[in-house]
Design a protein around this ligand. Structure first.
Ligand SMILES: [Zn+2]
Ligand SMILES: [Zn+2]
Length: 225
């Protein structure tokens, strides 16, 4: 699987000025992996072994299923099912039942596409930090952005050390942009709520009209289209 980090994509998505440029990048990264898992590359033994071991989460199963190449999905699920079947061993007593439950929970909580996406995104978090340390233009771009969803803000915070000599400035810049923009939407939610007081019936809603879906994006990340 490819792990190519595209700095041009980072600049492009920051320039689009959405509520979270990392959500936009993640959706493209994920799309590349979905494409690969529906193509011949996944027939390679090493990849098939990983598919058998980790499987797909329900969201990625659905995303693969709703595309045209159903045979490719079926072939992967066929051998993944064989793998899971080995874990369905006879349960003869209560302590054995508990042990099997733990094993099955573990088995069902993994996803090869989630793993690849996570690994690839880690490289993006590091590259954002490096861009900040290298390019004055990018500092401006980040500081005038609308911040990030909470998950991606936390991820960026984890990798601030990659900004090297200005890692503390970078950490502070991330905080400032996130605080400013979280407060921005919170204030729009305030306007939205006060509008529903009959005394404010004539008050114009303005951008507060879409405050709830935008706060949803800030809190949980961008919803899949
Ligand atoms: Zn995000
Ligand atoms: Zn997944």
């Amino acid at each position: 699987m490819r792990y190519h980090v595209d700095t041009g994509l980072i600049i492009q998505k920051f320039k689009e000025n959405s509520e979270c440029p990392l959500c936009a990048i993640q959706s493209i990264v994920e799309e590349q992996f979905l494409h690969e898992f529906l193509n011949d590359a996944v027939m390679e033994d090493s990849t098939r072994e990983k598919v058998n071991k980790y499987g797909f989460c329900s969201a990625h199963f659905d995303k693969l299923f709703f595309r045209p190449n159903k045979l490719s999905v079926a072939l992967q699920i066929q051998t993944r099912t064989d793998y899971i079947n080995k874990f369905l061993t006879p349960v003869k007593n209560s302590s054995g039942a508990k042990k099997q439950a733990q094993a099955l929970d573990k088995l069902s909580s993994t996803c090869i596409i989630c793993n690849y996406t996570k690994d690839s995104m880690e490289k993006y978090y590091k590259t954002v930090a490096q861009l900040f340390s290298r390019e004055a233009e990018f500092i401006k771009l980040l500081m005038t952005s609308k911040g990030f969803c909470m998950h991606h803000y936390a991820e960026l915070l984890k990798y601030t050390a990659y900004a090297g000599g200005i890692k503390n400035d970078y950490a502070e810049a991330l905080y400032n942009v996130q605080k400013k923009n979280f407060t921005r939407i919170k204030e729009e939610i305030d306007v939205f709520c006060s509008k529903h007081d009959y005394r404010n019936a004539k008050m114009p809603l303005g951008s507060a009209q879409t405050a709830l879906p935008r706060m949803r994006e800030k809190l949980y990340g961008k919803k899949d289209d």
